[in-house]
Ligand binder design. Structure first.
Ligand code: COA
Length: 384
């Protein structure tokens, strides 16, 4: 297996964007190509993650992006895996570079949905659930994660204020990220007093609907070394699955696909959770960050709320979680999110994360799932 490296990364701002879906995808792709200091024709294939291109009248995005980059002859693959599309794309690109099929590839994730409005976007997103049991019965994603939050409150020593503290932390981190969607300082009281979306989750417990695009250039180490440029190695990659509908699971407070993906990634990297210096995790709702950080092995079951209370997951804590601001503050353009997490880890490990740079960080982890965790991918990155 070839060693797979990230040679460059780029992103648009996340938020409500006016440009078309293909324009923003091309912008972030160009950013990554320039950041990698390569020429477009050095890219041998494109991996494009997107869920609702149809909402902006463009599917089959791969050839459109490659054509706009001036490399229409290069093959591309579109990948849809709900909110986990970006990390699944990264995994497929990783596997193909590791197997030696390509020396260098482009991975771009993109989403453009804000123009459809909350009602329609909520309906579209519900198509990513197990629609027969969930979406069709009126269960939106805020509703499904609210069920998990209620179960967690019943089972463990946690409060709604602990969930709120996750939002406060991620908004603080997002304030340091010029590309974040919601750059606004909030307090526990703001969260507690914000409108209820699906009890116990309130407005500030939820990620927003966002537009945005993110890209990375993956390559083998020989290619990376032939370019005089900082690069980062991907030392672990794992995938996992869970029953698609929440009702099919044994427990509401754990996500099986996260555990499986994490175990596989740790095994490939030959490390354990205590070796991770920081992580970008899938905090679509505040409860998700609590559950993720336990499933990833950072804290014992039922103890993540304590860790948040003790500020362990803050930027200067013992295991910073979501230094970018996470889905909660940086935003959640669903097809782009998993790639955007890799962009943050690349920027952190190459010392380019500005004020939110985590000093002396050597190993970073990304965790991104689709729906309520029906599909998941975890990646582990190390600086050289
Ligand atoms: C929470 C949610 C229902 C809010 O939608 P909404 O009530 O239509 O909100 P609007 O877009 O009208 O925005 C109203 C205000 O709240 C803010 N806002 C919207 N969503 C926000 C969020 N998630 N967090 C903080 N502020 C938010 C807006 O910026 C706006 O502020 P302003 O009036 O100062 O400009 C919606 O963002 C949502 O469903 N989020 C979850 C998305 C999701 O399920 N993703 C998939 C995860 S698996």
């Amino acid at each position: 297996m070839e060693t797979v490296c990230v040679l460059g990364a780029g992103s648009t701002k996340y938020g409500k964007l006016n440009d078309s879906i293909s324009d923003i995808a091309v912008q972030s792709s160009i950013n990554a190509i320039e950041n990698a200091c390569i020429k477009p024709n050095e890219i041998e294939a494109g991996y494009i993650s997107n869920v609702f291109g149809i909402a902006d009248k463009q599917v089959h995005l791969g050839p459109v992006i490659m054509s706009n980059l001036g490399i229409p002859d290069k093959p591309s693959l579109s990948i849809e895996s709900a909110c986990g599309s970006g990390s699944v794309s990264l995994r497929e690109a990783f596997a193909n570079v590791a197997a030696g099929f390509y020396n260098a590839v482009l991975v771009t994730g993109v989403e453009k949905v804000t123009q459809t409005g909350t009602e329609w976007t909520t309906t579209y997103f519900s198509y990513c659930s197990d629609f027969f049991y969930e979406g069709q019965a009126g269960a939106s994603f805020p509703g499904l994660f609210a069920s998990m939050a209620r179960a967690y409150l019943n089972e463990y020593d946690a409060t709604e204020e602990d969930f709120a503290a996750v939002a406060v932390k991620n908004h603080n981190n997002g304030l340091l990220n010029p590309k974040a969607h919601l750059r606004k300082k909030i307090t526990i009281e703001d969260v507690m007093e914000s409108p209820i979306v699906a009890s116990p989750l309130k407005l500030y417990d939820c990620c927003p609907f966002s537009d945005g695009a993110s890209s990375v250039i993956l390559c083998n180490e020989k290619f990376a070394k032939s370019h005089t440029k900082d690069y980062v190695k991907i030392i672990g990659s794992g995938r996992g699955g869970s029953p698609a509908a929440l009702q099919g699971r044994d427990h509401m407070t754990t996500i099986p696909s996260t555990k499986l993906a994490a175990q596989a990634a740790y095994k490939m990297a030959g490390i354990s959770p205590t070796d991770i210096d920081f992580a970008e995790v899938h905090d679509c709702f505040t409860i998700a960050e609590i559950v993720d950080s336990e499933d990833l092995g950072f804290f014992d079951k039922g103890k993540a709320a304590d860790a948040v209370r003790n500020q362990q997951t803050e930027l200067r804590g013992s295991i910073p979680i979501n230094p970018s601001g996470g889905l909660k503050s940086k935003g959640h353009p669903i097809g782009a999110t998993g790639v955007g997490q890799a962009v943050e880890v690349f920027d952190q490990l190459t010392g380019n994360a500005g004020e939110r740079t985590i000093k002396n960080a050597k190993i970073g982890l990304t965790h991104n799932f689709g729906a309520t965790g029906a599909s998941c991918a975890v990646h582990i990155f190390q600086n050289v």
